[in-house]
Write a protein that binds this ligand. Structure first.
Ligand code: HPA
Length: 248
């Protein structure tokens, strides 16, 4: 039986799901990374596929944009399709001054301005945190904390991976420089729009979750990636997600 937002049958999704925001990215991952991927849902154009990677079943489902959207899909995956682990593979705006476009932020916490989860436990400021096992596995696969590469042929700066907090915001076009300054002063690395709700949904449904974000733009300076470079760097975080599933 399908759910209100997913047309798949029970058993159509693998226990491990990669979750980009954009349905076309979901299709690209299915075509270029998974083996034998088949389309399992396309309700509202939110494409979902199931295939294998290195012999292990893996699904990919788009989340759409924002916390209401990702919490609908994550809830239905965990609650009705037996999904155990979801890794969001997204983009984020870099806030911390040391970040550059193409870097990866693995979110070990997600602050939020959303009320969706703040009121979940009355009287409590809820902490949005990922699965430690997925976090540790992804950080390890990304070489976080490893010494920098040495040797003459190393390039000026290759994309780096960081573990740290993100802010999951309800507004993309927000105008609040003071808030951003305070978030940076408190160690926030990047802004995106889904991680906090994904982490809270995983907690409520008894599943595991992680968000791995590629920095696609910088809040405090102009920088952008070519379309080709954006896809190549995005593929890197897909590989990190798959490595985390395989080793967690
Ligand atoms: N804000 C919110 N979400 C984002 C951004 C941003 O600047 N960049 C990529 N996702």
């Amino acid at each position: 039986m399908a759910t209100p937002h997913l047309g798949a049958e029970p058993g159509d999704f693998a226990p491990d799901v990669l979750m980009p925001g954009d349905p076309r990215r979901a299709a690209r991952i299915a075509e270029t990374v998974l083996q034998d991927a088949t389309l399992v849902t396309e309700v509202r154009g939110i494409l979902g596929f199931t295939g294998t990677f290195d012999g292990a079943p893996v699904s990919v489902l788009a989340s759409g944009m924002g916390m209401p959207s990702i919490s609908i899909y994550a809830t239905e995956l965990y609650r009705f399709y037996g999904v155990r682990r979801i890794i969001r593979i997204g983009t984020a705006g870099g806030m911390a001054p040391h970040l550059e476009v193409g870097d990866v932020v693995i979110a070990n916490a997600a602050h939020t301005d959303s009320q969706m989860t703040a009121l979940r436990i009355p009287g409590i400021h809820y902490s949005h945190v990922p699965s430690y096992r997925l976090l540790a596995a992804a950080a390890n696969a990304a070489g976080v904390g490893d010494p920098p590469p040495t040797g003459r042929r190393r390039r000026a700066r290759s994309p780096k991976a960081y573990v740290g907090p993100v802010i999951s915001s309800d507004t993309f076009y927000a105008d609040r420089p003071q808030t951003n300054d305070l978030l940076v002063a408190h160690g926030t690395l990047a802004v995106e729009m889904e991680a906090a709700a994904l982490y809270a949904t995983a907690d409520r449904e008894g599943g595991e979750a992680l968000a791995i974000c590629t920095i696609s733009d910088l809040l405090f300076s102009d920088a952008s990636l070519s379309a080709e470079e954006r896809e190549r760097l995005f593929d890197r975080s897909v590989q990190l997600g798959l490595a985390a599933f395989a080793t967690a």
